[in-house]
Design a binder for this molecule. Structure first.
Ligand SMILES: Cc1ncc(COP(=O)(O)O)c(C=O)c1O
Length: 525
């Protein structure tokens, strides 16, 4: 960094600039914010995982658009008092719902640095784009993709899957479909995935103008993997009916239970049938970093495209989705669109074509790559891989604990880092839904739910690198305790459950709306 000029040497701010008049004052407040957020992360275990939002706090966020300025310190106080305590909770080791990464302080610091640079990665010739390209090159190596493969950061895997559908669609119909629309030929296209695939694939087919009915949701086997023979039969049936199969989406880690499709068999089938093979590897693809999991992902290297999130198992702070396409030309064919005001040059700032805006719908793009670059460099793939392996071991530990409790029932095989189970009760679907809400509201843990064969399951996805056996034990105790209370009062009435002492002690941390004095985030200085 260049040495900053002292206050007296600095030129005055131009009228209308939003920069501070007093840089030292903002520096002090900035340092305090940084210290507070580091303390917040360091002491996160002492906080409840999640707190219900009181009505008066929610109401604050219905205030009208501010016309007059407010002191930054006051705005910051609102943040500490009314935003921090009511965040999602996924920084906490007890967060096990949906598929949320825990983030790291390294990623947080990098995010601050990228905000300082305020780089726009849509295009032009600057090093932030080279950082993104470096990650693309690293991912090429990691997944065994060729030199011509392209990649791009996006919000998340929902967007990456949508873009993959668009790339496969353009590959099937030709670039002219971008001008004329998908037309009659588009109406003949069909895509295939398993019944266990994420809902964003069906949404992608809808948004791509192909219709969600054109997505065939093929049966799964006992391990919740796509049934390859059923897939083969469905493709043949469609071909006989004049339909054009153009895309197969395999799952590397299904959202419900963490099943990994037989990617090798899928890639062989797609090669034989000349169909685009895309893998939704939202969280599972980074399993290649784990020596234990990598063999189960064989076939990923033969995919035509892979979607994944660094913000899940990669622990990069939200958001950091990524799409990689084996044939970079095909990728550009789907998105590149010349415009006079985006003219490319061979020198100056407008050099460096192709630009990331040629690989997706976004023109303005933030520097998501920086927090990912910091994460990969600071921890290295070996440590990240070991962390991923450990989350799977914790899932097996949870499985063992469930199998040892007669009151609990495992609802799906544990294959990765996801565990689905329930408390045995007469009205199990209602009771287990209530148990999950009770545990979340008590601030003990944050599991989520899913429905497997019509049965509501408590679903635990261990993604957070901070989670350990204490969190699993606390979850089991809470499920047993709330389950016993719910089941004994299971008369259809809506009841307010009073946690008994051990749970009440843990829930105490979830107590009412904290003031800044009780919150570790803001320390008087
Ligand atoms: C298998 C799978 N695919 C897609 C998604 C959607 O990813 P995102 O939330 O990053 O859009 C998820 C999210 O959990 C997922 O688990």
């Amino acid at each position: 960094m260049t040495k900053a000029l002292r206050a007296t040497q600095r030129p005055p701010q131009p009228d209308g600039s939003l920069d501070p008049q007093d840089w030292d004052e903002i520096r002090a407040l900035g340092h305090r914010m940084l210290d507070d957020m580091i303390d917040y992360t360091a002491s996160i275990r002492e906080q409840p995982v999640w707190r219900p939002i009181p009505d008066d706090v929610r109401a604050r966020f219905h205030a009208t658009l501010p016309v007059a300025p407010t002191e930054l310190a006051d705005v910051y106080r609102e943040f500490t008092d009314f935003i921090v305590p009511y965040a999602t909770g996924n920084v906490h080791p007890g967060f096990m719902g949906w598929v949320h990464g825990g983030g790291t302080v390294v990623g947080m610091l990098a995010e601050m640095l990228s905000a300082g640079l305020n780089a726009n990665l849509g295009g032009r010739d600057h090093i932030p784009i080279e950082v993104e390209r470096q990650i693309v090159a690293w991912m090429r190596d990691l997944f065994g993709f060729p030199a011509g493969a392209s990649g791009i950061f996006v919000t998340g895997t929902s967007m990456a899957n949508l873009m993959a559908v668009l790339v496969a669609r353009t590959a099937a119909l030709g670039a002219s479909a971008r001008r004329h629309g998908v037309g009659e030929e588009g109406a003949q296209l069909a895509a295939y995935t398993s019944r266990a695939a994420h809902g964003c694939i069906s949404k992608a087919m809808d948004i791509a103008g192909l219709g969600s009915d054109a997505l065939r949701q093929v049966a799964t086997d006992r391990q919740h993997r796509i049934d390859i023979e059923a897939l083969r039969a469905r493709i043949a049936q469609d071909r006989r009916a004049g339909i054009k199969p153009f895309l197969v989406v395999g799952s590397a880690g299904t959202v419900d239970i963490g099943a990994i499709d037989d990617l090798g068999a899928l890639s062989a089938l797609c090669r034989e049938e000349r169909i685009w093979f895309h893998v939704d590897g939202a969280y599972g693809a980074l399993g290649v970093l784990s020596a234990e999991l990598a063999p189960r992902l064989t076939g990923l290297e033969d995919a035509d495209s892979i979607a994944l999130d660094f913000h899940k198992w990669g622990q990069v702070p939200y958001d950091a989705g990524f799409l990689m396409v084996r044939d970079g030309e095909r990728h550009r064919d789907a998105f590149a669109a010349p415009a006079a005001y985006l003219r490319r040059e061979t020198r100056g700032l407008a050099a460096g074509s192709p630009w990331p805006c040629d690989l997706g719908p976004d023109l303005s793009r933030g520097f998501r790559a920086l927090k990912t670059w910091f994460t990969l460099k600071t921890y290295g793939t070996k440590r990240l891989g070991a962390m991923i392996t450990r989350t799977c071991s914790l899932a097996r530990y949870l499985e063992t604990r469930i199998l040892a409790e007669p009151q609990l029932e495992l609802l799906a095989p544990v294959q990765l880092n996801v565990v689905c189970f329930r408390y045995r009760a007469a009205d199990a679907n209602t009771v287990n839904g209530e148990i999950v809400a009770d545990i979340q509201e008590a601030g003990i843990a944050a599991p989520s739910t899913t429905v497997l064969d019509g049965e509501l399951a408590i679903r635990v996805a261990i993604v957070n690198h901070r989670t350990d056996t204490r969190d699993i034990d606390a979850l089991i105790s809470a499920v047993l305790e709330f389950g016993a209370q719910r089941a004994s009062r299971d008369d259809g009435a809506v009841l307010a459950i009073e946690p008994s002492p051990p749970l009440a002690m843990q829930a105490a941390a979830a107590a009412p709306a904290p003031s800044s004095r009780t919150l570790s985030l803001v320390k008087p200085r």
